[in-house]
Design a protein around this ligand. Structure first.
Ligand SMILES: NC(=O)c1ccc[n+]([C@@H]2O[C@H](COP(=O)([O-])OP(=O)(O)OC[C@H]3O[C@@H](n4cnc5c(N)ncnc54)[C@H](OP(=O)(O)O)[C@@H]3O)[C@@H](O)[C@H]2O)c1
Length: 222
């Protein structure tokens, strides 16, 4: 039985991670920022913690809430897309802050709180996106979201350097997934995406530390 920690699990991909790890008999702690989200997590038999990753006060009390834990798997999943732009449409301060505070500042605050709660050799993943890849980019659609995931990839790389020898840290692209964010026309269902990512996480070795991987484990260029 593994100890698993999932950040941002009220719905979508994060919720499916809770469902599948619980179904496999693992002990799961997961976070949400609303009463409804917390209730969804508890209904799956997981421990629920309230955490809005964009609120400094929430993140700063996290280490205390999980003290004594030894997580084998940690997944930072919380994320927002922001404005559905097509070209070079300037974001407002509010739009910029909402996306960057959730997708970049959030993990920069939350991940340091988890360091003492990792089991030796833990697997740590951030849910990134191939939209953040420079090398794979063919469209400027959603440029603020793209910038945030490119920055998240940088955060993951530094995390992998800081935790080398203690944990295996990767950025995962979940695929284009049918969730509230991905929409009904997306390529794959959430159960398939999460099953693939769980398999990929289970297969990671120390040599994968600092990698950017597709849900099926294939390497992606940054
Ligand atoms: N779906 C796709 O095709 C796709 C593709 C590539 C990458 N991704 C990434 O996969 C991750 C999950 O996406 P999804 O498709 O499951 O999206 P979703 O259905 O919109 O769910 C987003 C999740 O993030 C949580 N969240 C947002 N802001 C938060 C905050 N400030 N604090 C805590 N939790 C917060 C949401 O909680 P609330 O319910 O409280 O809002 C929800 O649980 C995201 O990082 C996304 O960028 C998704």
């Amino acid at each position: 039985m593994k100890q698993v920690f999932i950040v941002g699990a009220s719905r979508g991909i994060g919720f499916e991670f809770v469902r599948q790890y619980r179904a496999a008999g693992d002990q799961v702690t997961a976070t949400a920022r609303s009463d409804e989200g917390l209730a969804h997590i508890v209904a799956l038999g997981a421990r629920a913690l309230r955490l809005d990753v964009a609120r400094a006060a929430d993140a700063s009390s996290l280490a205390e809430s999980i003290s004594g834990a030894a997580f084998d798997v940690v997944i930072f999943n919380a994320g927002v897309y922001g404005a559905r732009t097509r070209g070079l449409e300037a974001p407002t301060d509010e739009e910029f802050d909402a996306v960057m505070h959730t997708n970049v500042l959030g993990p920069m605050r939350v991940l340091p709180q988890l360091v003492l709660a990792l089991a030796p050799g833990a697997k740590l993943a951030v849910i990134s996106s191939r939209m953040g890849s420079m090398g794979l980019r063919t469209s400027p659609d959603g440029w603020l979201y793209r910038a945030s995931k490119a920055a998240l990839n940088s955060v993951l790389k530094d995390t992998s350097l800081a935790l080398a020898g203690k944990a295996v840290c990767v950025a995962l692209h979940p695929g284009w997934v049918r969730t509230d964010m991905g929409g009904a026309g997306a390529d794959i269902d959430v159960a398939t995406s999460v099953a693939d990512m769980r398999r990929t996480l289970a297969r990671l070795t120390a040599a994968d530390n600092g990698a950017f991987l597709n849900h099926d484990g294939a390497a992606l260029v940054w």
